[in-house]
Design a protein around this ligand. Structure first.
Ligand code: KIV
Length: 312
């Protein structure tokens, strides 16, 4: 599918009004962004999930502002049509003022179109300050991985009536504060559907069922980059792990059996230049062997003088 007009926060809201589902995938580099953008995806999220899928860490907590800015600028270069949303990493929005400074950097240096911030009612002041300065904000409630220690792990959220009610309250407060959409992560589908119906802005679900206004998946999960166990909420659309292993095995085989590179993969020099080169090196080799002989002679005489000094 060929890319069309640039997607904006306003397009997200229009899509919800038209009941057109919104598609989001994470991306962390130029090539992947370019391919997804070409596919016609609505938005690319430079998620702090990069901590795991790019850097091999066991949580998102060590992802820094510099990581986010570097990866976001690569993704932005690969994206013409999709809106580029960058995650604000752990501790980068500890106060509204710190958040404003850091979100500004993410837009100025990383070329993001919007930022995403984890948290509910506690983020209201931050969302107001950012949006009043022209920075579009996506909210993120339910399972918020930056709260890993406080939540006691990666668990389904909003399982009790009270917890679900609190999620709805958070969603309404975030909408009132000015977010243009909200990620609902690991929430029972009935609750996610209910929240989506109460809001004017779209909800983007991950592990939250089909009642959300859009969906997001981590690219590496949906592409099957790893051979480890996949999460219940992931649908795998490719097996890149197998493609990579098969390709690497074939490459190893070809190099070891001299099947690659062939002359087709190699560059040629003209016969005349090659003969001239052989002539030149035969001269060079004569000079080199003369120099070598001379050096050997002088080393022998040196060692004999050292020998004299030490009485050998
Ligand atoms: O970091 C991320 O990839 C995310 C998505 C899972 C929503 O926050």
């Amino acid at each position: 599918m060929s890319p069309q007009k640039k997607v904006t926060p306003q397009s997200f809201i229009c899509m919800k009004e038209k009941q057109e589902k919104i598609t989001v995938l994470t991306a962390y580099d130029y090539m992947m962004a370019k391919a997804f953008d070409y596919s016609g995806i609505d938005a690319l999220l430079v998620g702090d999930s990069m901590g795991m899928v790019i850097y091999g860490r066991n949580s998102t907590l060590k992802v820094t502002l510099d990581d986010i800015i570097r990866h976001t600028s690569a993704v932005a270069r690969g994206s013409e049509h999709a809106m580029v949303i960058a995650d604000m990493p752990f501790m980068s929005f500890a106060t509204p003022e710190i958040a404003l400074l850091n979100a500004g950097k993410i837009l100025q240096e990383g070329d993001a179109d919007a930022v995403k911030i984890e948290g509910g009612h506690e983020r209201v002041a931050t969302v107001k300050l950012l949006t009043s300065n022209g920075i579009p904000v996506m909210g993120h409630i339910g399972l918020t991985p930056q709260y890993y220690h406080q939540l006691g792990g990666y668990k389904l959220q909003g399982k009790t009536a009270k917890a679900a009610e609190k999620l709805l309250e958070d969603a309404i407060l975030l909408e009132e504060a000015g977010t243009f959409s909200i990620v609902l992560e690991m929430v029972p589908w009935q609750i996610a559907r209910e929240i989506s119906q109460h809001l004017h802005i779209p909800t983007i679900g991950i592990g939250a069922g089909s009642g959300c206004d859009g969906q997001v998946l981590v690219a590496q999960d949906m592409l099957g980059f790893s051979n480890s166990k996949k999460f219940k909420f992931v649908k795998q659309y490719a097996n890149i792990w197998k493609t990579m292993v098969d390709a690497a095995e074939a490459y190893i085989h070809d190099v070891k059996t001299l099947s690659f590179p062939t002359t087709d993969n190699s560059f040629n020099i003209s016969e005349t230049e090659y003969s001239e080169f052989l002539h030149l090196i035969s001269q060079d080799l004569k000079i080199l062997s003369r120099k070598k002989n001379k050096n050997e002679k002088s080393t022998k005489s040196d060692s004999s003088s050292i020998g004299k000094i030490y009485g050998n």
